[in-house]
Design a protein around this ligand. Structure first.
Ligand SMILES: Nc1ncnc2c1ncn2[C@@H]1O[C@H](COP(=O)(O)OP(=O)(O)O)[C@@H](O)[C@H]1O
Ligand SMILES: O=C(O)[C@@H](O)C(=O)COP(=O)(O)O
Length: 425
């Protein structure tokens, strides 16, 4: 029986979490959406359901999360993990608060933690303030995110308006005092009526302490970092199934392609680097809104003409100024969805008609759209390219499996798009 059932609010977030669990020694299977057919989950220690709920209206995000919870319970999971972004991405109306509330209620629980920290990717929480790349969240570039601009680094202030439960803080002093002190802090907050506690975490040792202190909570909510702490606690307890070969994939095949809909700082730098190595095609968002399918066809025809031995790069990614301009002209949701659909349909054609067998996708929402278009039901998690970004392959389907990497916008080193292929061989 799986120990942990996870609900991730986007696709790159799900593979990030699954990758951390595998690294911690837990056999992990990731499903794309709530499975509507039996999946070969084997003797998984953890199951991760990838949703695309981060920017949905709150009631839809809640409904999808509850459906995922019901499926995970039907698989025998005993503890649950709501995974959101390490930059705490949420719209003005949620969805971190509403989904946490609904899951707590469904599980009959009164308390959970909220810990987006992922120190290895330079996301840390100190006194309730979230730092990304060593600066406050609202100075990190996340203030310009196309869909979830984050303009306040104080997570208590961000979360409180989203939940009817009082929000509290487990600060670094409790964590540094150890597991018992952290459990005592949880008991104290619960007595005070706090329903969700933001947790500090500056490095992995804080996550280890928190993981142990949270082992008995029916629900935790977090970025992927807390998975390292939970897995470490399970290893100590000796409750994991054998972790050997947890990340082995079939050999890669076919042409290589990169598709990017992420406008995050890290992706923009990676694209600049990749353009120095590979032929590239810019899918300009304004032009896409004006010309639609014709531009998509042009991109597909362009890819077909490129040297099959070299990766091709197709990107919609733009600077914050360009994004703002096109959003003002056409509407944020409209542009976002149009770009996602365009990249998804390009992905389908490249894989089905142009022998692309190795595909790297940048952007969480973008990845959700691409995986949907490829009709993938579940993913096996392979080796990490960089922390939080593994190569994966579809769980089922005959023939040679597609190698797929879903990169969170802000993850990966500058040469990510160049070095990734070497990790597959
Ligand atoms: N040039 C652009 N102008 C406006 N929106 C864009 C542009 N390029 C991509 N987008 C949209 O921005 C969003 C980026 O989100 P996402 O794919 O989750 O990336 P990240 O992982 O960086 O957050 C997507 O909805 C995408 O379609
Ligand atoms: O926790 C994280 O930072 C990632 O796993 C994640 O959720 C990424 O989301 P996107 O930035 O939208 O790719």
């Amino acid at each position: 029986m799986p120990l942990l059932g996870c609900i991730a609010d986007d696709f790159t977030g799900a593979t990030d979490l699954a990758s951390m669990l595998v690294r911690g020694g837990a056999r992990t299977v990731q499903t794309i959406g709530v499975p509507d057919r039996p999946l070969p989950t084997g003797d998984a220690d953890a199951l991760v359901v990838a949703l695309k709920s981060r920017t949905l209206p709150a009631e839809e995000a809640v409904a999808q999360s509850l459906a995922a919870l019901a499926w995970l319970r039907s698989q025998g999971c005993r503890q649950f993990y709501f995974k959101y972004c390490s930059t705490f991405d949420s719209t003005a109306d949620g969805n971190i608060g509403p989904v946490s509330d609904a899951l707590l209620e469904a599980l009959g629980s009164r308390f959970t933690v909220a810990c987006p920290a992922f120190p290895e990717n330079r996301r840390s929480v100190f006194n309730g303030y979230l730092f990304a790349n060593d600066v406050l969240l609202n100075e990190s570039g996340m203030q310009d995110h196309p869909l979830t601009p984050m303009r306040d680094a104080n997570l208590l202030r961000v979360l409180q308006p989203q939940t009817r439960r009082p929000v509290g803080l487990i600060d670094y002093r409790s964590l540094r005092a150890g597991v018992e002190a952290t459990r005592a802090r949880i008991a104290e907050l619960t007595t005070e009526g706090v329903g969700i506690a933001i947790c500090d975490a500056i490095d992995n040792s804080d996550l280890e302490v928190l993981g142990k202190a949270c082992l008995d909570l029916p629900l935790v909510t977090a970025g992927s970092g807390l998975a390292l702490g939970l897995a470490s606690a399970w290893r100590e307890q000796g409750v994991l199934s054998s972790a050997a070969s947890a990340d082995r994939l079939a050999p890669p095949h076919g042409r290589r392609a990169i598709l990017s809909g992420s406008c995050s700082k890290a992706t923009l730098a990676q694209i600049a680097e990749a353009k120095a190595h590979y032929p590239s095609f810019r899918l300009e968002a304004g032009e896409l809104m004006a010309r639609g399918g014709a531009l998509v066809e042009e991109a597909i025809a362009w890819a077909a003409r490129q040297d099959a031995a070299t990766p091709v790069l197709i990107y919609a990614s733009s600077s914050p100024e360009e994004v703002r301009k096109v959003q003002e002209q056409f509407g944020t949701q409209q542009v976002g969805e149009r770009v996602e659909q365009a990249l998804a349909s390009i992905a389908r054609t490249l894989v089905q008609e142009q022998d692309v067998g190795q595909l790297l996708v940048a952007g969480g929402e973008t990845s959700g759209a691409v995986v949907g278009a490829l009709d993938i039901a579940g993913l096996r998690i392979g080796p990490s390219i960089d922390p939080g970004v593994p190569w994966t392959q579809p769980l089922s389907g005959g023939g040679r499996p597609l190698s797929l990497a879903l990169k969170s916008g802000n993850f990966g080193s500058i040469d990510f798009m160049v070095k990734a292929w070497g990790m597959l061989a």
